[in-house]
Design a protein around this ligand. Structure first.
Ligand code: ARG
Ligand code: MN
Ligand code: MN
Ligand code: MN
Length: 298
């Protein structure tokens, strides 16, 4: 089994600096060794170049740093496509969550019926019309089902990158009005903190994985925003929301995804070392990646 690490030092999808150092922080927390110890062949592809655009040319008032976000995601999509072409598992490190636009675009070239687990406090289903912030990291899931700015939805190709019914959001607890509407009208599956409290993480993951098997997906992508966890465990994120998933629950979820044998790619985003406490959030990211790729306690 072979894994390709792709770093994306992008902070243009939101307004707090420092999340561009996420890939370094995660690597520094011992990522490569952790995966090598599990018997994987690991190739580090380095970072996608993030190019600053011409500030004077930025005239879209609704979408902040649109040009930069388009550029980085186009380059990322091509890279991810190359990684899957040579049969490596892409492991993408963010950067803010806007980079899921490029990851999913690249994956869509190979997987025509891919499932997505969106592990996040947020739904990231805003569009230019509904966004409360103008931040593109609040829009990648909407973009990937074909909604939003045409230049974002048409990266690599014009088709939607995933089907709305192939999405399962886990950990939601800060959902905007427009996002609620989309969840209802598009039939997007979501387990909020309420369901996790009530049903337990084991049940939630069993149902999620059963659902994907029923859909006969040809690939499963995990997009994990570290703010899905409670800020107690992952303080180094730009948009923390209290009342999140615990350390143990999140590990359990990773282990169950691994056990299912369905996972074909993953990304870990929103690690901001400037806001962190002694690289705690990157350490948690690496520990979760360990469980996701097959570490067990004995
Ligand atoms: N819903 C808010 C917005 O659209 C927050 C999004 C936070 N997204 C994230 N990937 N952390 O601005
Ligand atoms: Mn920067
Ligand atoms: Mn989030
Ligand atoms: Mn997110």
């Amino acid at each position: 089994k072979k894994i390709s690490i792709v770093g994306v030092p992008c902070d243009y999808g939101q307004q707090r600096r420092g999340v561009d150092m996420g890939p370094s922080a995660i690597r520094y927390a011992g990522l490569q060794q952790r995966l090598t110890n599990l018997g994987y062949e690991v190739e580090d592809e380095g970072n996608i170049q993030v190019i600053e655009g011409d500030a004077a040319a930025q005239k879209d008032e609704k979408l902040l740093n649109l040009e930069e976000v388009i550029k980085v995601n186009t380059a990322l999509a091509e890279k991810v496509f190359n990684v899957v072409k040579k049969d490596y598992i892409p492991l993408v490190l963010g950067g803010d969550h806007s980079i899921a636009i490029g990851t999913l675009a690249g994956l869509s070239m190979k997987y025509k019926n891919q499932g997505v687990i969106w592990f996040d406090a947020h739904a990231d289903l805003n569009t230019p019309e509904t966004t409360p912030s103008g931040n593109i990291h609040g829009m990648p899931l909407a973009t990937s089902i074909g909604l939003g700015h045409q230049r974002l939805t048409s990266i690599l190709h014009a088709e939607p990158k995933i089907k709305a019914e192939n999405i399962v959001i886990i950990g939601g607890r800060s959902i905007d009005e427009g996002e609620r509407e989309l969840i209802k009208t598009r039939g997007i599956k979501i387990y909020t903190m309420h369901e996790i409290d009530r049903l337990g993480m084991t049940y939630v993951m069993e149902e999620t994985l059963k659902y994907f098997k029923q859909l006969q997906i040809d690939g499963l992508h995990l997009s994990l925003d570290l703010d899905a966890l409670d800020p107690l465990y992952t303080p180094g994120v730009g948009t923390p929301v209290a009342g999140g998933i615990t350390y143990r629950e999140s590990h359990l979820a990773m282990e169950m995804i691994q056990e299912s044998g369905l996972m074909t790619s993953a990304e870990f985003v929103e690690v901001n070392p400037i806001l962190d406490e002694r690289n705690k959030t990157a350490d948690v990211a690496v520990a979760l990646i360990g469980s996701l790729f097959g570490e067990t306690l004995v």
